[in-house]
Ligand binder design. Sequence first.
Ligand SMILES: [Zn+2]
Length: 118
Amino acid sequence: MHELSLSSAVVNTVVKHAKGRRVEVVSLRIGRLRQVVPDTLDFYFDFVARDTVCDGARLEYEIIEARLRCKPCAQEWGIEIPAFRCPTCGGSDVEVASGDEFEVESIEVEEAECIAPR
Ligand SMILES: [Zn+2]
């Protein structure tokens, strides 16, 4: 049901910014760590979007690779490296630098206008 609540969040955001105009494309930026399954999100989006300006809109996905950052030395690296340790200083006081995004990047409405909600 993860994708259902995400779909609701997307529709709410887009409806707010579309101001009554029909939406054709919603571009999303989703971090790898969110473990979103696009097909499942599409399915719930179609359902949640019914009878809103998003009805019939298409979702486009940009998947953001997961990266970690070592807090003391600011080194960043991709999460494919199989350890949550900084490859530069060996420290383990690290934070997620990217990969947990879930953002509406832009929406396209019927006048072929592009709106960035941020
Ligand atoms: Zn470090």
